[in-house]
Write a protein that binds this ligand. Structure first.
Ligand SMILES: Cc1cc2nc3c(=O)[nH]c(=O)nc-3n(C[C@H](O)[C@H](O)[C@H](O)COP(=O)(O)O)c2cc1C
Length: 252
């Protein structure tokens, strides 16, 4: 069974690839939130998690989901995180989260994919050649991951990058506290009130106000799907997204 989340489609592609190759069931985490979140694995069934790296760690809502879910008969457990650059100590953070459930994470991988974070100065989507280079490297990496999972191997290859401790233990708390905030979303005068962002939000967190402009409610995880999906390039987060690019995996 594979639990996954994806904002702009990278992790969705990875999760779908694993599901196809391993014949394991896929479950999209936002769809699971309204259920009893109680799962029973068959003997020998693997438990996988696929998610984007956010702020050099596991996105807080993934941590909350894992904290609340109940899974019977857990054996081999792995994760794959997609990232634009590097993941800091995401592997250690994930292992701690599942250890609190009494589970052991055997395998962890990071897969570098096109950048989706645009909310701070210096962060933008990748230029097209870089985007293509990253996408070209993904299939080989995925075959390596599938081979490891099929053989039940252990180990971690998670692209920690430079200064992983500082990123995950100093920058990350600041990031989660101050930079994950739906109040900074707004629209510019390109907004035509089409409501595409309302349908795109994986958490149903956006509605249209009386003036037909979107309003963001409190359950935003900052996946940026609304920003990247808007066909009119009308959504901004604070003032730092002005003039920046958009990305969706395969226009997913
Ligand atoms: C809120 C947010 C935080 C991010 N933080 C990181 C990060 O710490 N390190 C990194 O390499 N990429 C980071 N990224 C980029 C994404 O991890 C990367 O583009 C990922 O593949 C997106 O996956 P998705 O398409 O499944 O949503 C971040 C993206 C967002 C939206």
């Amino acid at each position: 069974m594979i639990f996954y989340f994806s904002g702009t489609g990278n992790s969705r592609w990875v999760a779908q690839f694993l599901s196809d190759e391993l014949s394991d069931t896929l479950r999209f985490i936002p769809d699971e939130l309204g259920t009893d979140m109680h799962y029973t694995l068959k003997d020998g069934e693997r438990l996988g998690f696929v998610f984007p790296t956010y702020g050099w760690g596991v996105p807080p809502f993934i941590e909350q989901f894992i904290g609340k879910m109940r899974v019977d008969n857990v054996g081999y457990l792995y994760f794959v995180t997609t990232c634009g650059d590097d993941t800091g100590m995401t592997a250690e953070i994930f292992c701690d989260i599942v250890a609190r459930k009494g589970w052991l994470c055997q395998l962890g991988y990071a897969v570098q994919m096109p950048e989706s974070y645009v909310c701070l100065p210096g962060f933008d989507v990748d230029p097209k050649p870089k985007e293509q280079r990253k996408l070209d490297a993904v299939p080989d990496r995925m075959h390596q991951i599938v081979d490891d999972i099929v053989d039940g191997r252990g180990g971690f290859d998670t692209l920690p990058g430079a200064m992983p401790w500082a990123k995950s233990h100093i920058v990350r708390p600041f990031f989660n506290r101050f930079l994950v905030n739906p109040r900074h979303f707004k629209v510019n005068d390109q907004c035509v009130g089409c409501g595409i962002c309302v349908k795109a939000c994986p958490f149903g967190n956006i509605s249209l106000a009386d003036n037909k402009h979107p309003q963001w409610h409190e359950h935003c995880v900052q996946c940026m799907r609304c920003y990247h999906t808007c066909p009119h390039r009308a959504i901004e987060w604070g003032r730092f997204t002005r003039g920046k690019g958009q990305y969706l995996h395969n226009r997913d």
